[in-house]
Design a protein around this ligand. Sequence first.
Ligand SMILES: Cc1cc2nc3c(=O)[nH]c(=O)nc-3n(C[C@H](O)[C@H](O)[C@H](O)COP(=O)(O)OP(=O)(O)OC[C@H]3O[C@@H](n4cnc5c(N)ncnc54)[C@H](O)[C@@H]3O)c2cc1C
Length: 228
Amino acid sequence: MTPTDHSSEKDAYPITERSRVRRGHRRVDYAAQTVHAVLDAAPICHVGYVIDGEPYVTPTIHWREGERIYWHGSAASRFLRQAEGQRVCLTVSHMDGYVLARSAFNHSVNYRSAMVFGIARVVEEPDAIADALRRFTDGLFPGRWETLRPMTTQELKATRVLYLDIEEASVKARAEPPSDGDEAAHPVWAGVLPIRSAFAAPEPAPELGGDIAFPTGLSALLASGRLR
Ligand SMILES: Cc1cc2nc3c(=O)[nH]c(=O)nc-3n(C[C@H](O)[C@H](O)[C@H](O)COP(=O)(O)OP(=O)(O)OC[C@H]3O[C@@H](n4cnc5c(N)ncnc54)[C@H](O)[C@@H]3O)c2cc1C
C-alpha cells in the first residue's frame, strides 16, 4: 500500500486484549468517528514504543488521513529511525476541566483521550514525502504550501515521515459535574473549572514588511476557536 493509498474508514475498531478498557467502561468508545474526532482536535500526540527493552514516549505533531496517522521529523532523529517496523502506541489527550468534589477522593478531571495501536512505517519516496508534508501543512494552514519557498532536495532528504494504520483504538472521555453521591450536602464549593486551549494574538516576525498582510485563511483559523 502506498502512503497516499488510504485504507477505507471503519465504523468501529475491534475490542482486543490490548484495547479492552478494564476501568471506566462507561467512558469508553470504540467508534471510528469518535476516535478520529479526538485525534484530529489534538495539536500533538505522544508515540510510545520499546527499543531494546527500553520504553520511550515521544511527543510530536501528527495528522490523520483516513485510517492512517502520520508524524514527521529530522531524518537524524533516533526516535524516527528506530521506530520503523515497531509496534507503537500513540495517544492524544485533551484536558477539559478540573472537577472539584466535596471530598478529595472524588476530585477528578474532564477529558477526552484516544489510544491507538499500530506498526510504524516509513514513507520512502521523496515525492511521497513532499506530498505528505504538503497535505500536513495545508491541513493546518489551508493554502499555505503554495505561498512558501519550495522545499529543496536537501530539506526533503533531511525529513523523515512515518505513519501507522490504525489497528485498534479507543477513546475515553469524561464530561460531567462531580459525583459526590450522598455527600453532595457537604458545605464546600464543588463544580468544574473548565480549561480551554486557544490561540493568542499573532506575533509577526520582527523583519516582516508592513505590506505583507496576515493570511485570510489564518484569520479563519484563529476565529474558529480551535487549535486545528
Ligand atoms: C487528561 C487526563 C488525566 C487523567 N488523569 C488520571 C488520573 O489522575 N488517575 C487515573 O487513574 N487516571 C487518569 N486518567 C485516565 C487514564 O488515562 C486511564 O484511562 C486510567 O488510569 C485507567 O488506566 P488502566 O491502565 O487501568 O486502563 P485499562 O482499562 O487497563 O486500559 C486497557 C485499555 O483501555 C484503553 N484505555 C485506557 N485508558 C485510556 C484512555 N485514557 N484513553 C483511551 N483509551 C484508554 C486502552 O486501549 C488500554 O490499552 C486521565 C486521563 C486523561 C486523558
